[in-house]
Design a binder for this molecule. Structure first.
Ligand SMILES: [Zn+2]
Length: 492
């Protein structure tokens, strides 16, 4: 506790400011004293209390702001779920709620159905709803091939005649919608049924991407739209997975400014997105954010081997410091920005960064890890499950496909180990870095808190879809002739 720290005679004298904080009794807040609440405390509950005792932050500055009040309210909402089991879930042998797999599957199946009128605001998010639901079902081990025909039908209608996919039928093409649409199609495709892969018009897609490449190296999200790091990640995912030519199409505007490939100036543009505090932001000069950190690391991991590109374009020490600071204590889950609240979706956006970081800086001991996987899994299992199915941002919120998908991706990241093997015999050398990964089984270090039946499938750390689907897709398109891309210079 802080008070004992101040009496430690070996410690250097605290600054006047620190002394003031330490001496002000009001500033030192204990976590809720629940002795009376838990008179008949079970061994599991005792273990939870010991855990919370070990991670709690001793000093809470009483300078009140909107942020500090929101944080106090969040802690109040989350703590009962870490201390006990308010939803009465069946517990695993570690006293932590089991993953409610069947309920989450039912929730995601429903998410692929019809929506009531208030969801009209989600009209432009159709590809995302499909992607989140299919990826969530896959990681839970549910066979998604039954959705194949519907998915292909949906995206045939959302594919724009000039290339790329819109957020819904008749919408203009957008890179985020294109990313979600392509990943969804790839998840339900099989090499022995080429019509599914071939529903993607790669040539027009290539021309669409060519319209988005900017002279400074980045990508716009849509023609005339904003340039940010999502663009870099989404464009590279599509270029790499579908084995598109990395040369810019002849009609790409960036050619007029001397660029010849999609990769020109890209690494240095991503580098400029690293903020002063070590995190990665949407665009140079912006505030660092967890989801943009994942996009930046993902893009660099496609551009080349993470062992090279991450060190070349990022200050890794500062990045690791910033990523680590996103894990909230005692909540255990991640927030997305400095002074923000824990939120289940960052289980992936920040939790998913670690596999890429660990590939660049492999831990010496294969059983060790540089992030706290157990604390994240504890937050997801204990606090982020919704009793009727689906996963949430934080207790008190409603579940949705987005938070379900990314909580599960974070849980999977905590449970699995991924290795980047530079020597791995892989596809041709056209943006081949993300095909050098393999899943090396379960993570066995740390404090065990999940049971075997709480384990879920592995997820490709760069593409965030099943491993097998990534490899099948690239192999399929590598067999295709790319010569036709150059016919008709104006494209179409
Ligand atoms: Zn969220």
């Amino acid at each position: 506790m802080a008070s004992s720290r101040s009496q430690d005679s070996d410690a250097p004298n605290p600054s006047a400011r620190l002394e003031e904080i330490l001496n002000d009794k009001i500033r030192i807040q204990e976590l809720p004293d629940s002795d009376q609440e838990y008179e008949d405390i079970s061994p599991e509950e005792e273990a939870h209390m010991a855990y919370l005792e070990s991670v709690k932050i001793p000093i809470v500055d009483t300078f009140q702001t909107d942020s500090s009040e929101a944080q106090d309210e969040t802690l109040e909402a989350v703590l009962p779920f870490l201390e006990g089991n308010p939803n009465d879930y069946p517990l695993n042998e570690f006293g932590i709620p089991h993953l409610q797999k069947e309920k989450h599957i039912k929730f995601l199946q429903k998410a692929l159905g019809d929506y009531p009128a208030p969801f009209a605001m989600m009209d432009a998010s159709r590809p995302w709803i499909v992607y989140w639901s299919l990826q969530g079902l896959s990681v839970l081990g549910y066979p998604i091939h039954e959705y194949g025909e519907r998915v292909i039908h949906t995206f045939k209608l959302a594919q724009h005649p000039n290339g790329g996919y819109g957020g819904n039928y008749g919408h203009l093409p957008h890179l985020a919608a294109t990313y979600a649409a392509v990943l969804s199609i790839v998840m339900v495709s099989y090499p022995n049924k080429p019509s599914t892969y071939d529903s993607i018009n790669r040539k027009t897609l290539w021309h669409f991407l060519g319209q988005l490449k900017q002279a400074d190296g980045g990508f716009n999200m849509t023609s005339g739209g904003e340039e940010d790091i999502r663009g870099a990640y989404c464009a590279l995912i599509v270029l790499s997975l579908l084995d598109l030519p990395i040369e810019l199409p002849p009609d790409a505007p960036a050619r007029k400014q001397g660029l010849t490939t999609f990769l020109d100036n890209l690494g240095s543009w991503i580098s400029k997105c690293q903020a002063f505090d070590g995190g990665i932001s949407a665009a140079p000069g912006n505030e660092a954010h967890g989801a943009y950190a994942f996009c930046g690391l993902g893009a660099l991991s496609i551009l080349g081997a993470p062992t090279d590109t991450l060190h070349k374009y990022l200050d890794m020490n500062r990045l690791i410091h910033w990523l680590s600071a996103r894990q909230c204590a005692p909540e255990g889950g991640y927030n997305g920005r400095t002074n923000k609240l824990v939120d289940g979706c960052y289980s992936h956006w920040v939790g998913g960064c670690w596999a890429l970081v660990e590939a660049a800086i492999p831990p010496k001991d294969p059983h060790s890890t540089i992030w706290n996987r157990d604390a994240l899994a504890r937050y997801i299992l204990a606090a982020a499950q919704f009793p009727k199915g689906g996963l949430v941002d934080k207790p008190g919120k409603r579940p949705d496909a987005y938070h379900t998908c990314y909580n599960l991706a974070g849980l999977s990241a905590a449970q699995h180990k991924y290795i980047y093997d530079a020597k791995r015999d892989t596809v041709s050398n056209n943006l081949d870095a993300p095909f050098h990964w393999y899943a090396k089984g379960k993570f066995e270090g740390g404090t065990k808190i999940w049971a075997e039946e709480d384990e879920i499938k592995n997820v490709h750390p760069v593409f965030v879809i099943p491993f097998g689907k990534v490899e099948q897709c690239r192999e399929y398109f590598e067999g295709k002739d790319r010569k036709g891309f150059w016919d008709g210079a104006e494209g179409g």
